[in-house]
Design a protein around this ligand. Structure first.
Ligand code: HEM
Length: 267
């Protein structure tokens, strides 16, 4: 029990989880040390760890969908959603940082920005929102560019879902057919229980990322007002333009066309 960290051969909690390495990973830049910088680093690192886990689940989900294992895929999507609910709320911890406390070290961060979060972009790309301009903005970061290029060129979660819908004989690729397929699934949940659950989980994934964007924008405005971002964007004005991004636009659009008549027609 008294074994020192790193000595001896038996496993310990600290050894297994690399706690020593973990708590050495927060290197503050402010001089003199600004109290709030540690919180700023820890919250970002925590987000990045959860992004890693979400990517792990999304990658596995794509594989399971391709194998037709809908129950298993839905189970992983539930994990994605549970994590994202935390991510949406977690942003509020940053709001305990006083705006003046943030300004003590903000200049040191230039030109780094959340805009460059490789894993957030991986999450967007692998879910279905690919953007070549964003990919190219990573050209000077070989490690990130390679990972993002791979995701850019691989089928996304959205692609896997639509291929599954197609294999079930509900659509054959066009936008309108995808929308019609979702109307059909929404109209007959008991005929397509796993597909129904899947579209519900996917739309929630979409919704939670928008909720995260919204909370992030509110937090940024509370912290910075309308100042420009360290990444060089306009700041809040730019961030608001991202609110319309959707991974599964057809799932949303189908709600517009859903009527009780689609049910009556089928009866
Ligand atoms: C005081 C805290 C924060 C401030 C003031 C802030 C500010 C900003 C600003 C102004 C941008 C626009 C790009 C730019 O010009 O820099 C941005 C983008 C971004 N930030 Fe933050 N941020 C904060 C915390 C966080 C946290 C905790 C995360 C978690 C990962 C995060 C993730 C992102 C992401 C992913 C983007 C890109 C969004 C997009 O382009 O769709 N930020 N942030």
């Amino acid at each position: 029990m008294t074994q020192e960290y790193g000595k001896g051969t038996s496993l310990s909690y600290n050894k297994y989880l690399k706690v020593r390495e973990l708590i050495e990973l927060q290197e503050t830049l402010s001089e003199p040390k600004s109290h709030d910088e540690l919180l700023f680093i820890i919250i970002h690192q925590t987000y990045e760890l959860w992004f890693k886990q979400i990517l792990h689940e999304v990658d596995a989900t794509v594989g399971w969908i391709n194998e037709g294992r809908m129950f298993r895929a839905n189970h992983s999507l539930k994990a994605v959603i549970a994590i994202e609910r935390i991510l949406v709320k977690q942003i509020h911890i940053l709001e305990t940082m006083a705006p003046i406390g943030f300004l003590e070290f903000r200049d040191k961060l230039n030109p780094a920005s959340g805009f460059q979060s490789m894993q957030f972009r991986e999450l967007e790309f692998s879910s279905g929102a690919k953007d070549e301009r964003i990919l190219n903005s990573f050209k000077n970061d070989d490690f990130a560019f390679e990972r993002l290029s791979k995701r850019f060129d691989s089928p996304s979660l959205a692609d896997a879902f639509w291929a599954l819908v197609e294999r079930q004989g509900l659509a054959s690729g066009s936008h309108d057919e995808k929308v019609a397929a979702v109307v059909e699934i929404l109209t007959h949940p008991e005929t397509y229980p796993e597909l129904y659950n899947m579209q519900d989980l996917l739309i929630e994934h979409d919704e939670l990322i928008v909720a995260w964007r919204y909370n992030h924008i509110q937090m940024v405005e509370r912290m910075l007002g309308m100042k420009r971002g360290t990444g060089g964007s306009e700041g809040v004005g730019y961030l608001k333009t991202t609110l319309g991004k959707k991974f599964f636009p057809e799932l949303w659009e189908a709600r517009t066309y859903l009527t009780v008549n689609s049910l009556k027609d089928a009866q």
